[in-house]
Design a binder for this molecule. Structure first.
Ligand SMILES: [Fe+2]
Ligand SMILES: [Fe+2]
Length: 331
């Protein structure tokens, strides 16, 4: 394999700004846990008012009072990373384990938390705390997705049709875990590494000029060359954190390789492209096709698969593609 040595450029301004508040559906708030966060309620469409101080118990009568006043969510400030950690560690995990909460509600809570965590990660993928949180997110997501085959459709139903890097990354992670399971990856480190690679594969886009990422219409030659650097940027950014292992880093760096040695950055031989990388590449293509882009509208599932079928043995592995078709068909 030819090594490509590149230096990481200056970090670009985040594609998406973080939300100021994150909403937690009242129905899913744990009543026995003390959340180390100030709680806010939303008045009207965009005003947030402090409702409870830190470290106070949230009980059922508070929930009922809020619901009687037509509140559906309670909010915490997202810029307080301690509050967020507390929320993510206590509430999200508890909600996912709570048998009284429906799959749809669990999916909604995980979806909101995922959006927050991955947006924060993309601000600077080298930051240790957001990266650690993202690794925990993969664990929680994998446990949830593998617990019931109906979880994936619930999660996918919440995903926006419009392409944004954080949404795309979460979607790719969710699919890779489900597809990896079908293709014989073992629960535990094998599937977690696949999910980590799915979540992290595009973090290098944080170092690409946002004008290129958001450009309406096709990229010119130089812009495309710049865009094609994102796998190496992602690899370089994550490599120095010492967190993702070498298999995950390999996938991040090579998720745009293909089976005809025409991919990038290295034009790898097919025998250097393992099943894990083939899974992430196939899912990446499917998830990108089925989103609205600045230069075209989203493909529906069937036309996307029809197009992908033509790329089997070129960009896409046939066995992986077949299992993706079965997964989408609910078989
Ligand atoms: Fe990519
Ligand atoms: Fe991607």
């Amino acid at each position: 394999m030819t090594e490509t040595i590149e230096k990481l450029p200056e970090l670009q301004k985040a594609e998406e700004s973080k939300p100021e508040f994150i909403g937690i559906p009242l129905r899913t708030m744990q009543t026995d846990a003390v959340l180390e966060a100030q709680l806010y309620i939303k008045i009207g469409s965009d005003k947030f008012v402090k409702y409870r101080e830190t470290n106070l118990e949230f009980n059922d009568s508070i929930r009922k009072r809020l619901q009687a006043n037509r509140h559906t969510h309670i909010y915490i400030k997202s810029d307080n990373s301690h509050s967020m950690s507390s929320y993510l560690e206590t509430n999200v995990k508890n909600v996912l384990l709570n048998p009284k909460v429906t799959l749809r509600e669990k999916a909604s809570v995980l979806h909101d938390a995922s959006n927050y965590i991955v947006k924060e990660l993309l601000v600077d993928p080298r930051s240790p705390e957001p990266l650690k949180r993202s690794m925990h997110l993969v664990e929680s997501s994998a446990e949830f997705i593998l617990s019931d085959k109906d979880v994936l459709p619930h999660l996918l139903a919440l995903v926006s049709k419009d392409y944004q890097t954080h949404i795309h990354s979460i979607e790719v992670m969710s699919f890779t875990i489900a597809l990896g399971k079908r293709l014989g990856f073992k629960e535990g480190s094998e599937l977690l590494n696949l999910g980590r690679a799915g979540l992290l594969h595009d973090v290098g886009k944080s170092f690409v000029n946002p004008h290129i990422l958001k450009k309406e219409g096709p990229l010119d030659k130089n812009e495309f060359l710049e865009m094609k650097r994102h796998p190496n940027f992602g690899y370089l950014a994550l490599h120095d954190t010492g967190l993702p292992n070498k298999d995950v880093l390999h996938i991040v760096r090579h998720h745009h390789e293909d089976l005809k040695r025409k991919g990038y950055p290295n034009g790898l031989n097919p025998d250097e492209i393992g099943l894990d990388l083939r899974i992430v590449t196939c899912i990446d293509i499917f998830c990108a096709l089925t989103k609205n882009r600045t230069y075209r509208t989203a493909y529906n599932t069937f036309p996307a698969l029809k197009l992908m079928k033509e790329w089997v043995n070129m960009k896409i592995d046939g066995k992986v593609f077949t299992q993706l078709v079965y997964l989408l068909g609910g078989k």
